[in-house]
Ligand binder design. Structure first.
Ligand code: NDP
Ligand code: 8X3
Length: 250
């Protein structure tokens, strides 16, 4: 049977690349994000290969998450794969100067949003006795860096939640994969630096960063592993990157 995958943050970057890679496998796709025009465009682009359904919600809005998942038509309700990808960094700076609205956006989106979506989707997987949850964490969840403490904390929470989900859900035939990328060139830095294109571009200067497709390839590897294999944790770095803040630039 063709698997159905729900992908959060499908409108850009890593989520969009995962949607594209899954459509090449002819998976049925539930594409989620806040920018409806991008969801519509993606649905049109992918529809020759995949049946697509779009859901527009902010992962931070618990009621909106619950309503959106509950609104899925009967033939879209059985979700085989959940890709918890939606998230961003907002701002960068020392803790004593931190913008509390930015902190809220990161903790509410990257941590609580991921939980809301998982809480809405995972009971169906438990009832079916099968499923696969892929959480997009970060190298920032494994190594904390200066001026990024809150983003790093949000991703450290994702690391812990991947472990916790695996402990709770393995007995129901549900696999959990944690994917921790290093620097990937997407809209991530543009969002972090609030639209400052020059500052965002500097992050990827002097080396070849990962592409969103590199991460999608890893996710495809994890979700197509044989039934008896769980890819529990993958850290993926650009070859020029050796740690969260160590990048060998030319
Ligand atoms: P992008 O900014 O390109 O994409 C972020 C995606 O998340 C968008 O589709 C956006 O959709 C969605 N999103 C963000 N906030 C919300 C929200 N509150 N509600 C619903 N959707 C939301 O960045 P990336 O593709 O790089 O980021 C994807 C994931 O990868 C994130 O979790 C990020 O932390 C992680 N990551 C990124 C790395 C990088 O270097 N780029 C490295 C390691 C991890 P929309 O705006 O339409 O809602
Ligand atoms: C994104 C990678 O190093 O900018 O999670 O935090 S980093």
């Amino acid at each position: 049977m063709t698997p159905t995958a729900l992908i959060t943050g499908a409108t850009s970057g890593i989520g969009l690349a995962i949607a594209t890679a899954f459509s090449k496998l002819n998976y049925r796709l539930i594409l989620c994000g806040r920018r409806q025009e991008r969801l519509d465009e993606l649905q049109q682009t992918l529809s020759p290969d995949s049946a697509c359904y779009t859901l527009n919600f902010d992962v931070r809005d618990r009621a909106a998450v619950e309503t959106a998942i509950a609104s899925l038509p009967a033939d879209w309700k059985t979700i085989d794969m959940l890709i918890n990808n939606a998230g961003n960094a907002h701002g960068m700076g020392p803790i004593h100067e931190g913008d509390v609205d930015d902190w809220d956006a990161m903790i509410d989106g990257n941590v609580k949003g991921l939980l809301y979506v998982t809480r809405a989707v995972s009971p169906g997987m438990v009832a079916n006795g099968r499923g696969h949850i892929v959480n997009i964490s970060s190298i920032a969840g494994k190594q904390t860096y200066a001026n990024g403490g809150v983003y790093c904390a949000s991703k450290a929470a994702v690391e812990a939640l991947s472990e916790g989900m695996r402990l709770d859900l393995t007995q129901y035939g549900i696999k959990v994969t944690n994917v921790a990328p290093g620097a990937v060139e997407t809209e991530f830095s543009l969002v972090r630096f609030k639209g400052d294109e020059t500052r965002a571009a500097k992050i990827y200067e002097g080396f070849s960063p990962l592409t969103a497709t590199d991460i999608a390839d890893a996710v495809v590897y994890a979700v197509t592993a044989p039934p008896h294999v769980t890819i529990a944790d993958m850290t993926i770095l650009a070859s020029a990157q050796s740690a969260a803040t160590t990048i060998h630039r030319k």
